[in-house]
Design a protein around this ligand. Structure first.
Ligand SMILES: [Zn+2]
Length: 594
């Protein structure tokens, strides 16, 4: 039975490009799991978008003297470009700056308000008379009232490490223009999370056992030590989703509250664009649907505690706005396989110091599959990992090329040359041939089991282990030598190896889609394994936005053993992967931090 699988991927914020740490943290694992489930025949919906609102992007636009819309769109376009080149196949990658997202976010707000989970409170906040806006805590600096450090942020002192009460900061100054801010009263809505704490704890306990220990342990630990405290969900800002209450002009929904709603709003937008407006419900109202959230560890709390609280607090009220059905509750996350961080050459990745490997820049010099390979085999699933250029080159050459690429290349090239572009007619297979084919076909279970559990490193290692088994078989049968004396024996070995490669191609496909697609074509197939991404411009009341969509293949690949027929016509194979020179290491290290 096909399952309904929602792949929800972290929304990149519109004030920085995407680097390898972001890719391995969320976008790539999301895509690999989506491709696997698509091959399995499940109903996959993979969504994300650009987190376009909030103060950082608004201030960035001010500093550049550009309209904020132009700034967010510039980053958004870069994200779309990267995903296309890296083969991240979103069913919909949109933005939070759409009429649809405004409406859905406001509906969730109103549902929570109706259900009694919101209240208002007046507090003092730093206001900048010169820029005529309230400043978020991180944009106000001054002297720490505990230790006297002069470079403290209003909410935290990096010298003594204390969390500060912003309004007590001494000698405050605006980080934007150095002017002196004033304390002013302002009223905001708060989500009363304390009322939802028991439900969130129960939600988490139900996921103990299969959710990563790093994720569930941190989430329950935080609630046990601090409790779920009310959080403000509105801000004094004009760039964002307006608060849907009369008299609240000039205030917006806080981005932490509004951006996570994007998973739901993007699903609804996808359904509309698809011409099937109710189709999103298959993922959001089916209690058996599995919603996976791919995020980095800095986002765990928002996805394991706050987002479930928002969904549970909304209850059945959200559907009231559709006036269609009642009694339906939105699907809670099934799993949040959050990754730890990837460092770079032993140091934390830092965009501002250019201590980063940027996705789009990387792809100007290298192919996408070697990047996908290294970021998967080195994925920070349970602990932080390190991008090391020497290791990248070594793993490319010694694993990807030596174990898998060379295997495919030499068998296909040898076959193409000696059997006139056709798969050999093997006659009766020997026990060793049948054993090899069975061993590789068992990979659909062993690799699939790891992918079902979102263990991507283990899954890729298992596929690689199987490729090594085929290499061993070829060492033993040595068709390159046998062909001189026993062409029939060589035909059996080559056909057997081709059958194994035909299956391995599917096992590797979620990880290495570009080269597996080529291999699929060299093996003579007429239809592709996967569909393709494409862009589309959508117009609405807010203007227009460009989205990335996915067109599924008509008769695509399937998660099952290849059935390459004896005598099948093949295509002339080309090299799938390149060996990298050792000099790459010093060249690339020389680019860092400049
Ligand atoms: Zn201090």
């Amino acid at each position: 039975m096909p399952e309904n699988i929602l792949i929800a991927v972290a929304w990149p914020y519109a004030n920085a490009e995407i680097h390898v740490g972001n890719i391995t943290g969320s976008h790539l694992p999301g895509d690999i799991i989506a491709r696997y489930h698509r091959l399995k025949g499940d109903n996959v919906l993979m969504v994300s978008g650009t987190d376009s609102h909030g103060t950082p992007v608004s201030l960035k636009a001010d500093s550049l003297g550009k309209p904020v819309e132009e700034v967010y769109k510039q980053y958004h376009d870069g994200f779309l470009d990267l995903y296309r080149r890296l083969g991240i196949h979103y069913d919909l990658f949109t933005t939070t700056h759409t009429e649809n997202h405004f409406k859905v976010s406001q509906d969730i707000f109103l549902a929570l308000k109706h259900n009694g989970y919101l209240y208002t409170k007046t507090t003092s906040q730093w206001y900048s008379p010169s820029s005529r806006r309230f400043l978020p805590d991180r944009y106000v600096e001054g002297t720490c009232y505990i230790c006297g450090y002069e470079g403290a942020r209003s909410d935290q002192c990096d010298k003594c490490g204390n969390v500060l009460e912003p309004e007590k900061l001494l000698k405050p100054r605006s980080k934007v223009d150095g002017s002196t801010p004033e304390l002013c009263d302002t009223e905001h809505y708060y989500l009363d999370l304390s009322k939802l704490e028991p439900a969130v704890v129960e939600f988490l306990r139900l996921r103990q056992g299969y959710m990563r220990e790093t994720v569930i342990g941190e989430s329950l630990g935080k609630i046990e030590s601090e409790g779920l405290r009310p959080r403000p969900i509105t801000r004094d800002l004009d760039w964002g989703v307006p608060v849907p209450v009369e008299g609240w002009d000039g205030k917006c929904l806080y981005v932490w509250f509004e951006a996570v709603i994007g998973y739901l709003s993007a699903s609804i937008e996808w359904a509309r664009l698809n011409g099937t407006p109710a189709a999103w419900k298959a993922w959001w109202f089916d209690p058996a649907a599995k919603a996976f959230y791919f995020i980095g560890k800095d986002n765990i709390f928002f996805h394991t505690s706050l987002w479930p609280a928002q969904l549970m607090g909304t209850g059945e009220q959200f559907m009231e706005t559709f006036a269609e059905e009642t009694g339906q509750r939105l699907t809670l996350p099934y799993d949040v396989p959050a990754n730890q961080f990837m460092n770079l050459e032993g140091q934390k990745i830092s965009g501002s110091r250019n201590w980063a490997v940027w996705g789009r820049d990387f792809l100007t010099r290298y192919d996408p599959d070697p990047l996908r390979y290294y970021l998967t085999i080195n994925m920070p699933e349970m602990r932080d990992t390190d991008w090391d250029w020497a290791e990248f080159v070594a793993r490319n050459n010694n694993e990807l090329v030596a174990t898998w690429g060379n295997l495919a290349n030499r068998v296909l090239a040898f076959n193409y040359k000696n059997w006139d572009g056709h798969a050999p007619e093997p006659g009766d297979l020997r026990p060793a041939d049948k054993e090899l084919i069975a061993a590789i076909e068992a990979g659909f279970h062993s690799v699939g089991k790891e992918l079902d559990a979102v263990h991507l490193r283990a899954a890729l290692q298992e596929a690689l282990r199987l490729a090594a088994v085929v290499n061993k078989y070829l060492d033993q049968t040595a068709p390159w030598l046998a062909i001189k004396t026993d062409k029939a024996g060589a035909a059996r070995s080559v056909y057997t190896a081709l059958r194994a490669i035909d299956s391995l191609k599917v096992l590797f496909a979620p990880f290495l889609p570009f080269t597996c697609e080529k291999l699929h074509s060299y093996l003579g197939y007429e239809t592709p394994l996967f569909g393709e991404g494409y862009m589309e411009t959508v117009r609405d009341a807010l203007g227009e936005h460009v989205v990335l969509r996915y067109r599924p293949p008509k008769d695509g690949g399937a998660w099952r053993p290849g059935e390459l027929q004896p005598g099948a016509a093949l295509r002339e194979p080309k090299l799938l992967f390149k060996k990298l020179e050792e000099s790459v290491v010093e060249e690339e290290r020389g680019r860092l931090g400049k």
